[in-house]
Design a protein around this ligand. Structure first.
Ligand SMILES: NC(=O)c1ccc[n+]([C@@H]2O[C@H](COP(=O)([O-])OP(=O)(O)OC[C@H]3O[C@@H](n4cnc5c(N)ncnc54)[C@H](OP(=O)(O)O)[C@@H]3O)[C@@H](O)[C@H]2O)c1
Length: 337
């Protein structure tokens, strides 16, 4: 099969690492054997995966040579060495952060990280798992928001219910709201019936888009935004530093920004952190159950997937550079395989 792998540095004295990340020109298509799925795993014919900004800086990619990158996948089950799916099933999911592998014609994935693909294209389905599950976990696992009681409800029913309980709505601030993760945080928080304030670098650029996702208010960084029960930060840096100030006592501050993995300790040591606020960074876990909920919400028209651009496998170097620039489109950069 064909697979994209990170080739080692040409200079043995400066091997690639998170601090000396492989450039896009280190990504090559190689011919390698099709892997065999152990029990509890599926062999899938991959149809699409995604490129994530800065993924070639991730430490897991340098634990061995010739890593095949890629976590998101959509595709067709070829060899189900497990009873959860049959051959031919159209699926989507996310190979765990420690097991990249999906930039390849075939990939072995766990059935516990796979679900039935919603009725959208393979490209749109591949754009969901990593970002939408990160958003889901930020809100409902770490952020303490309650899930709507019945997933089966239509949006219109929920809107009526929301009106009745307007007075006691929780307030959630999302930074980087128009980005890959943020656009799912906004949609899922809106589905949960909370008051959603979406923050971005430009209301002019992102305002209409964010309102369409269900944001109640759209603000730019530095605006006076009131106070919040929960802040989900997708930006880090100075934006994250200022989030402490806008939390209510007993509020929760969750950052998913990769560079902010140690922000709680760093902010404590600099005297920025506030007592009485629960703060944390986490790495997305993902599960078949959450994927099932996400797929269901997509099929019901409650959650929308966004593909900013789609590149064929052969153009991976160009695609990686594109994903790392400031591109115009909304959502994920997808590789089709
Ligand atoms: N912890 C986890 O498990 C996990 C999972 C997924 C992602 N992540 C991390 O979460 C963070 C957000 O991911 P994402 O996919 O939402 O990112 P993204 O879409 O690339 O960017 C988020 C926001 O940053 C701004 N932005 C876009 N391009 C930029 C550029 N070239 N330079 C500076 N700012 C730019 C945009 O906001 P404006 O338009 O408003 O300026 C955008 O909405 C990243 O650090 C990612 O690695 C972590």
């Amino acid at each position: 099969m064909q697979a994209i792998r990170i080739h080692p540095s040409q200079s043995p004295s400066t091997p690639y690492s998170p601090t000396n990340p492989a450039p896009s020109t280190a990504l090559h298509i190689d011919k390698i054997p099709i892997p065999k799925p152990p029990p509890g795993h599926l062999l899938i014919r991959t149809k699409a995966s995604t490129i994530i900004r800065d993924m070639l800086t991730w430490p897991e990619y340098y634990h061995q040579e010739n890593t095949i990158p890629g976590h998101d996948f959509s595709g067709i089950v070829v060899d189900p060495n497990d009873s959860s799916f049959s051959a031919g099933a159209e699926v989507f999911g996310m190979a765990h952060a420690n097991r990249a592998s999906t930039w390849a014609e075939y990939a072995v994935v766990k059935s516990a990280e796979t679900a039935r693909k919603p009725a959208i294209s393979f490209e749109e389905a591949a754009a969901l798992p990593l970002s939408a599950q990160t958003a889901y976990e930020a809100l409902f696992v770490h952020g303490g928001l309650g899930l709507p009681a019945r997933f089966a409800r239509e949006r219109v029913d929920k809107a009526e219910e929301d009106e009745q309980r307007q007075e006691r709505k929780q307030r959630v601030l999302v930074t980087g709201a128009a980005g890959g993760v943020g656009l799912f945080v906004v949609q899922l928080a809106s589905w949960a019936g909370v008051h959603v304030v979406a923050a971005s670098g430009s209301v002019e650029r992102n305002g209409e888009f964010l309102r369409g996702l269900g944001a109640d208010e759209i603000v730019e960084y530095g605006n006076d935004v009131g106070n919040f029960d929960l802040v989900v930060d997708c930006v880090g840096g100075g934006v994250l530093e200022r989030c402490w100030e806008v939390l209510k006592d007993g509020g929760v501050l969750v950052s998913v920004d990769s560079a902010s993995f140690d922000f709680v300790e760093v902010h404590r040591s600099r005297g920025i952190a506030r007592e009485g606020v629960k703060a944390l960074f986490f790495i997305v876990e993902g599960s078949a159950e959450v994927l099932g909920i996400i797929g269901d919400l997509v099929d019901r028209g409650i959650l929308k997937s966004f593909v900013a651009a789609s590149f064929p496998f052969e153009r991976v170097q160009e695609a990686y550079d594109y994903a790392n620039g400031r591109y115009e489109g909304r959502g994920k950069v997808v590789l089709t395989i």
